[in-house]
Design a protein around this ligand. Structure first.
Ligand code: FES
Ligand SMILES: [Fe+2]
Length: 417
């Protein structure tokens, strides 16, 4: 349970808010590359409560500017892409990707004498792993972490995004809640080797370890007299999680929960394989069908198309795709979950620890320190300790020793690349 003011502190993300300042210390996904290909139309985007325009200029440089023109506020997403920048269609002011006014045609001299006094709000962007990232915080900007899911060859990874009708924090807290997979995602006729174990042992032993990127979370279920099923999931500061999904050991899934505003967010959902090209079924929207503007087909207004007659087989009655189950569960908590009314139990310890880490990181910034997982050293920009696993191992094997052996495998594969 949280006090009301702590809940407000963790969930309000607009400019000037304390969690908003924390989230702005990290590169954040702002669009999929497929939304803004070379020569594509400018995009009207909203992130962390800010209305912005994302575009590529005629030299393919990325720009992210305040949506409203510095002259009289027109919407720049309708602007013309020409002359080395984005030109407002109202009176023709021209901006470059850095927010510099290059031309002010309403003035006789093109505004030569006054245009340098105007700095239009602009944020740096970069592309990686099929995503356009932006940095909305103070200089100096940190490095974009070289995560495996952004670095493997294109055919070995896939990313899509899905609109979520709720605050970002409850979305990410769902990823680090190891017990819910025994209930929310239970499908009685699904019989992959580990499914039965997850159905049978519904109260895993949970252990957490602090790392340089956030938290490593172990959940161990009894798999047999001499065996345990160990799942390792990770909370990655400040708004993402890495967990075992469809890749079953060759790679993993990542959900990155990017606030649009306080009560809506985008879930950027990545999947990658270290070894081979992904099958068609695992790529982009094939993995999770959405509307063309990335809204889920099952949503609150159609009650997630719950079919109660299917509940003998599908625990939720909400189809077989886990993403739909998660959307129903996390949106059901309300636009911003009221954490003053929750009753956390021992199995929620990763959620408690993640909130503490976020709160500590907010204090770090306020006391002049970098928060956890802000990366500045290029030599330390590798995360072979970001381990994801779901394996049946000997009941006597120490789980942390098991994690070390997985790290050695990741290191080998990253050196081979
Ligand atoms: S409002 Fe954009 S140029 Fe006037
Ligand atoms: Fe889930």
């Amino acid at each position: 349970m949280l006090a009301q003011e702590e809940n407000e502190l963790l969930t309000r993300v607009g400019p000037g808010t304390r969690a908003g300042k924390l989230l702005r210390r990290y590169w954040q996904p702002v669009a999929l590359v497929e939304e803004l290909p070379k020569g594509g139309s400018p995009l009207n985007v909203e992130i962390l409560g800010e209305r912005l325009v994302l575009f590529r200029d005629d030299r393919d440089r990325l720009g992210l500017l305040d949506l409203h023109c510095s002259h009289r506020g027109a919407d720049l997403s309708y602007g013309r892409l020409e002359d080395g920048g984005l030109r407002c269609i109202y009176h023709g002011w021209l901006y470059d990707v850095c927010g510099k006014v290059l031309d002010m045609p309403g003035e006789a001299d093109g505004g030569e004498k006054i245009r340098d006094s105007i700095q239009h709000l602009a944020y740096p962007c970069q592309e990686a792993g099929g995503v356009i990232f932006a940095y909305l915080g103070p200089e100096p900007k940190p490095l974009l972490p070289r995560y495996e899911f952004l670095s493997v060859p294109q055919e070995q990874r896939s990313v899509t995004k899905v609109f979520q009708n709720c605050n970002y924090l409850q979305g990410n807290e769902g990823n680090i809640d190891p017990v819910h997979i025994s209930f929310l995602h239970r499908i009685m006729d699904r019989n992959r080797p580990q499914d039965e174990i997850k159905r049978r042992d519904i109260a895993p032993t949970i252990d957490i370890e602090l790392t340089n990127f956030g938290l490593r979370i172990y959940a161990a279920r009894k798999a047999g007299p001499q065996e345990q099923l160990v799942r390792i999931t990770n909370f990655v500061m400040p708004n993402l999680a890495a967990f075992n999904g469809a890749m079953e050991g060759q790679g993993y899934s990542v959900n990155w929960h990017v606030p649009i505003d306080d009560t809506h967010h985008w879930k950027y959902s990545f999947i990658f394989s270290r070894r081979q090209a992904l099958s068609e079924g695992l790529r982009g929207k094939n993995r999770f069908e959405t509307t063309p503007d990335y809204k889920p087909l099952r949503h609150k207004e159609n009650r997630y198309l719950q079919d109660r007659s299917s509940m003998d087989v599908i625990y939720t009655g909400i189809g077989r795709n886990f993403m739909d189950h998660d959307i129903c569960a996390t949106e059901g908590l309300g636009p911003i979950q009221d954490r003053t009314k929750e009753h956390l139990i021992s199995s929620d310890k990763a959620i408690v620890a993640s909130r503490k880490l976020i709160l500590k990181s907010i204090t770090d910034i306020e006391e002049g320190r970098d928060p956890a997982h802000v990366v500045r050293d290029p030599n330390a920009n590798r995360f072979t300790n970001l381990i994801v696993a779901s394996e049946v191992i000997s009941a006597s094997l120490d789980r942390r020793e098991f994690a070390k052996s997985k790290e050695a495998e990741i290191r080998q594969s990253s050196e081979a690349r």
